[in-house]
Design a protein around this ligand. Structure first.
Ligand SMILES: NC(=O)c1ccc[n+]([C@@H]2O[C@H](COP(=O)([O-])OP(=O)(O)OC[C@H]3O[C@@H](n4cnc5c(N)ncnc54)[C@H](OP(=O)(O)O)[C@@H]3O)[C@@H](O)[C@H]2O)c1
Length: 300
């Protein structure tokens, strides 16, 4: 009888559906919605995603748009197997402190906050919580994002693979040691803004040369897209591609000479150093006083 009861218990355990893993997005603003919409486009079931936001009207909007449940932070943190934190860096300490007691052992925390290092996140979450830091960018909105991910103290390769799989819904993913994240922030994190700046300048130049604004805009945007695709699809170095269209004494040579005279290359270097330094300052400000600087190993 005892044996049969044990058998029945085993049957019952075998028949119980294994709950599907749940992913929570805490702080569903611009970047949070970018990740969310990418997952939905990639075929994730809305029932596997929950999210939070401070404003009730935003909560209603996201439920209507994606059919996901909007919860309180502590509920979402307690239910999820993977928690993606996407609030502004200055809102991170309060949010992490709020959810620290609700995370189940083994829950993976993924932070998309610029300049907040894994050591400071771990310091606020308590012992043993695996943390992955991500620097995304906004072209993820059109599934052409570039995300760089780094491991924290308790992260395994399986955690990194899991995060890469989630983020590949919205573009490409590279894994880098965390000490590179300030440089990544300066290059791909804020990179779209520099390219928008260049596009803006070229459109204005087209108008200055007498083109209608809409024509100038179409010429520049398609040229930017075509050039980016050429770089990616040919795999050629940009210098090679540029030299191919620069005839001696021609129009491109005349234009590049002016760019060099204005030290545009040096200006880009200086601009990206400034962005890298700002990212470092933000990281220092977000770090709890006792926390050590970030490490960059991956536990395998
Ligand atoms: N946008 C980008 O291009 C980009 C690129 C790379 C990295 N990131 C990183 O992504 C993070 C989010 O940036 P974002 O541009 O998406 O900012 P955002 O649009 O302001 O989104 C953050 C959202 O989180 C909400 N929020 C703040 N504290 C909260 C809390 N305690 N509980 C629940 N919700 C809370 C905010 O509500 P309120 O509106 O009420 O404040 C807002 O809706 C930042 O850390 C940023 O560094 C962004």
């Amino acid at each position: 009888m005892g044996d049969r009861q044990t058998e029945r218990d085993h049957e019952a355990t075998r028949d119980e559906p294994v709950p599907a893993p749940v992913l929570a997005i805490l702080g569903a603003g611009v970047m949070g919605e970018t990740v969310l919409s990418g997952l939905i486009r990639a075929g994730w079931d809305a029932s596997r995603i929950v999210a939070t936001d401070r404003r009730p009207e935003r909560q209603t909007e996201l439920t209507e748009r994606y059919g996901i449940a909007m919860l309180e932070n502590h509920e979402a943190a307690a239910r999820a197997d993977t928690v993606i934190v996407v609030v502004k860096p200055q809102d991170m300490p309060e949010l992490l402190t709020e959810i620290a007691g609700d995370l189940r052992p083994g829950t993976l925390v993924v932070s998309l906050a610029a300049g907040v290092d894994t050591v400071s996140i771990e310091g606020r979450l308590g012992d043993g919580i695996p943390v992955v830091r991500v620097m995304p960018n906004t072209p993820a909105l059109v599934d052409e994002g570039m995300a760089a991910i780094s491991s924290g103290t308790h992260t395994t390769q399986a955690h990194l693979d899991h995060v890469a799989q989630i983020l590949s819904a919205t573009g490409r993913v590279v894994t880098v040691p965390e000490r590179y994240q300030d440089a990544v922030t300066a290059i791909s994190g804020t990179g779209p803004a520099y390219l928008f700046f260049v596009v803006e300048a070229m459109i204005e130049a087209g108008v200055h040369l007498g083109l209608p604004r809409d024509v100038s805009t179409e010429l520049v945007v398609q040229t930017m897209l075509g050039s980016a695709l050429m770089l990616r699809e040919t795999g050629e170095h940009p210098t090679v591609l540029r030299e191919r269209v620069t005839s001696p004494g021609g129009t491109t040579a005349a234009a590049v000479k002016v760019l060099e005279e204005h030290k545009v290359r040096a200006a880009f270097l200086g601009a990206m150093e400034a962005a890298r330094d700002r990212s470092r300052d933000l990281a220092a400000a977000a770090r709890p006083p006792a926390a050590a600087p970030p490490r960059d190993g991956v536990k395998r």
